[in-house]
Ligand binder design. Structure first.
Ligand SMILES: *[C@@H]1O[C@H](CO)[C@@H](O)[C@H](O)[C@H]1NC(C)=O
Ligand SMILES: *[C@@H]1O[C@H](CO)[C@@H](O)[C@H](O)[C@H]1NC(C)=O
Length: 189
């Protein structure tokens, strides 16, 4: 009899874990109006980053666009990367530098243009152009609202600006989609 109880408890525990895991990745029952302060926020293993998916493909079932709220502490940055979706930034706070190589037609990105980004500035990244956003302001966090098309995002990462486009490494699912999205997708370029 005690052994039966043990098995029962053990199975219940497993079921509970499975349910918790499923509900974390389930889009059912998510309230329409959400408090951004209460949405999951994490650095996803990237020091200096705070990422919140405000409305997403994996987390909210969005089909055409996805919205992120990101904060970069001084000195932190995105990898050098490209994606075949459109992307719009709105700088809410702080300042920094956008590095952009408009050279998706060449063999590799090459030396990027530097653009100063500031509070209330906005910019968009042309499809497939390699870019990097860097909080180059030593004194203040950089906070941006980011809107992308064609979610979930498939990102190609460059070690540096001289890596050929064809050698950039696909990261999919991207950091914040990893937990709930496992399916591999074909390389697009
Ligand atoms: C949103 O969440 C924050 C943090 O939990 C809380 O302080 C705030 O009161 C919430 N806003 C509303 C309107 O519930
Ligand atoms: C941003 O723009 C809005 C609208 O013009 C303005 O009310 C706000 O003060 C601006 N903020 C900054 C930091 O410039």
């Amino acid at each position: 009899m005690p052994r039966c109880w043990f098995v029962f408890l053990f199975l219940s525990f497993i079921l509970l874990l499975a349910t918790a895991e499923a509900s974390q990745c389930s889009i059912r029952g998510i309230p329409l109006v959400r408090n951004i302060s209460e949405l999951p926020q994490d650095d996803y293993g990237r020091g200096g980053l705070s990422h919140i998916t405000v409305a997403g493909s994996v987390s909210h079932g969005m089909k055409e666009i996805e919205v992120w709220l990101q904060t970069f502490s001084p000195g932190s940055r995105t990898p050098i990367h490209r994606h075949s979706c459109e992307e719009v930034f709105v700088v809410l706070k702080g300042s920094g530098t956008l590095y952009l190589a408009s050279s998706s037609h060449e063999k590799y990105p090459g030396k990027p243009q530097e653009h100063f980004i500031f509070p209330n500035s906005t910019f968009h990244i042309p499809v497939n152009d390699a870019h990097q956003v860097w909080n180059t302001n030593e004194n203040e966090d950089l906070q941006v609202l980011v809107i992308i098309s064609r979610p979930p995002v498939k990102v190609f990462i460059y070690e540096d600006w001289s890596v050929p486009h064809t050698a950039a490494k696909l990261k999919f699912p991207y950091y914040w989609d990893e937990q709930c999205l496992q399916a591999p997708v074909k390389d697009e370029l």
